[in-house]
Design a protein around this ligand. Structure first.
Ligand code: GLU
Length: 304
């Protein structure tokens, strides 16, 4: 049997000695203060064991990782109708690129680039009674943890500098792919991205995608078929324009965020979360990607 703790410990030793830890995102001013020496990995297996090393109980901003949770909530609300408004192809471009959206008449390439996530946010704003409160409660329910919260400073910080997201939302509106007012949708979107979690909480939250749609409390939130779709999208679109590289190196569906978090999973086996705030040139956590490559290589556990 694999000694998971020993594997995580050895990855940790390599990571803390790395000389190049990437660059912390600064386009959201509040994120620029985070110390890039933080490093964590946490693993939750399908059989209920948990292993962790480093700062796995420290909170960080999950940012784009929240897009997967927003998508799963939207799927449970309106099902297949989502795909009339958002496509399911990798974009091959940065997460905030606008040119493709214009060329493709306001249909975002996928729900994990910003324009796609803004359409999903619009769906949630239309279908949830109290969007911010209801979405937070959904996330708390998935995690089985009522302490999870928005970081309002981060949300407001992004609100004051998120010019490209305003541009994307306006473009969507001009193509009639946004039903609610731009500022209402973006207010929800910035809060959604500002959710903070520890690695342990994130592994718990994502457990349903490794467990056929059932969360840790064994409640069914989305169907098998929907889980298949979410995991396929994570594999093909979860890492900005580096999804191919992540599949090539790591071989798991997953999602990263500019806060330096990555969550990845092997259906029916485990969920693994890393956090290292320094990003590579494509916006993915530099050491987090390396750590996951080492994990799947050492344990021989990937979808391939
Ligand atoms: N809130 C961030 C943005 O919209 C999320 C980006 C990310 O984590 O990729 O720019």
């Amino acid at each position: 049997m694999t000694d998971f703790q020993a594997v995580l410990n050895s990855i940790y030793q390599d990571a803390i000695q790395a000389t190049d830890k990437g660059v912390v995102a600064s386009y959201i001013p509040e994120l620029a203060h985070v110390n890039k020496e933080n490093f964590a990995i946490q693993l939750r297996t399908a059989t209920g064991e948990c292993y962790g090393v480093g700062d796995y109980n420290k909170l960080f901003s999950i940012q784009s990782i929240s897009k997967v949770l927003a998508l799963s909530k939207a799927m449970s609300l309106i099902g297949e109708d989502i795909w009339k408004r958002v496509d399911v192809e990798p974009s091959g471009h940065p997460f905030n690129q606008l040119a493709l959206l214009e060329i493709e008449n306001g249909i975002p390439r996928n729900p994990f680039i910003n324009s796609g996530a803004i359409v999903i946010a619009d769906i949630l704003v239309s279908h949830l009674k109290n969007p911010k409160e209801d979405f937070l409660n959904y996330v708390r329910e998935l995690a089985g943890d009522a302490s999870i919260n928005y970081n309002i400073d981060v949300a407001l910080s992004e609100q004051s500098t998120g010019f490209k997201n305003f541009a994307a939302a306006n473009l969507l509106k001009s193509f009639k792919n946004l039903n609610n007012p731009v500022d209402v949708v973006l207010d929800f979107y910035f809060y959604q991205c500002s959710i903070e979690m520890t690695c342990s909480q994130l592994s718990n939250t994502f457990y349903l995608f490794a467990n056929n749609g059932k969360c840790l409390q064994n409640k069914l939130h989305i169907t098998d078929r929907q889980v298949k779709r979410v995991n396929a999208l994570m594999l093909t679109c979860g890492f900005y324009d580096e999804a191919g590289e992540f599949a090539f190196e790591v071989g798991l569906p997953g999602k990263s965020g500019v806060g330096g978090g990555i969550v990845a999973l092997l259906p029916d086996h485990f969920v693994i979360t890393t956090w290292s705030p320094g990003l590579n040139k494509k916006g993915n956590s530099k050491l987090g990607m390396q750590a996951l490559e080492q994990f799947t290589t050492k344990t021989k556990q990937s979808i391939f």
